[in-house]
Design a protein around this ligand. Structure first.
Ligand code: PXP
Length: 249
């Protein structure tokens, strides 16, 4: 299977909210989140990723329902494990849910989820979602205890947090890539699908490709940033082209 790309379009909504937060139903609201998703799909991406945060700072509830209805690829909903968002996820039935930690002050998701520290709460949500037809992933640091705990709570996938890898350079980045590799190997042995994301760019991807068993990358910021200059479709195509050098097994 080729490495799949999920494009996180939260920042298209960030741009919309910067102007139209208080008048989302108005006739002149732009940019359209649906049009963005359709451009991403036309470029050949495999899924659309959105994060419905408790504070609704970018994606809002109507976006989630609209995208669920209209997109042709797969919908990946990132969410904190709260009763409010779980109830929405059960109604929306996204193809995938990725459980992430959420903290009001953060600019973006900062660290991985502490799955080992909240197994019982996660088990209940994973079970409800998986029974409802949604495959669940845990967004975790490359930490073997967290990989093991993800298996124990019944998740079918993990998403390895590549933020530290992306922020480091040289030897330190290499060290992080090796940690990611070890975590991916354990996850694969446990039968978990291995995804990765956060901070990935066309420039740092080659250093990531020593990590085996990767099925899907979730990438947002660098694609949306690049789209300012070349358009969304081309920015996604450039990322897909960079992903082609991932070794196929
Ligand atoms: N995966 C998860 C779980 C995330 O929370 C984010 C950021 O919203 C991403 C991937 C995408 O990260 P970036 O925007 O840095 O590409």
């Amino acid at each position: 299977m080729p490495l799949h790309l999920g494009v996180n379009i939260d920042h298209i909504a960030t741009l919309r909210q910067a102007r139209y937060r208080t008048m989302l139903g108005a006739h002149n609201v732009e940019p359209s989140i649906l049009q963005a998703a359709q451009e991403v799909e036309a470029a050949g991406a495999h899924s659309i990723t959105i994060h419905l945060r408790g504070d609704r700072r970018h994606i809002v509830d109507d976006d989630v329902f609209l995208l669920r209805r209209e997109i042709r690829t797969l919908l990946n909903l990132e969410m904190g494990n709260t009763a409010e968002i779980l109830e929405i996820a059960l109604r929306v039935r996204p193809d995938f849910v990725c459980m992430v930690p959420e903290n009001r002050e953060e600019v973006t998701t900062e660290g991985g989820l502490n799955v080992a520290g909240q197994k019982e709460a996660l088990k209940a949500s994973v079970s409800a979602l998986e029974t409802n037809g949604t495959r669940v992933s845990m967004f975790i640091d490359p930490d073997l205890e967290q990989v093991q705990a993800s298996k124990e709570v019944g998740a079918s996938m993990i998403e390895l947090h590549t933020g530290t890898f992306a922020n480091e350079q040289g030897d330190q980045r290499q060290v992080e890539a090796l940690r990611l590799r070890e975590a991916a190997e354990l996850a694969h042995r446990l039968g978990l699908q291995v995804n990765a994301g956060h901070g990935l760019t066309t420039k740092n991807l080659p250093d990531l490709f020593i990590v085996p068993h990767l099925a899907e990358l979730n990438i947002g910021h660098s694609i949306v940033a690049r789209s300012v200059f070349v358009g969304l479709r081309r920015a996604v195509q450039e990322m897909l082209a960079a992903m082609k050098s991932y070794p196929q097994v």
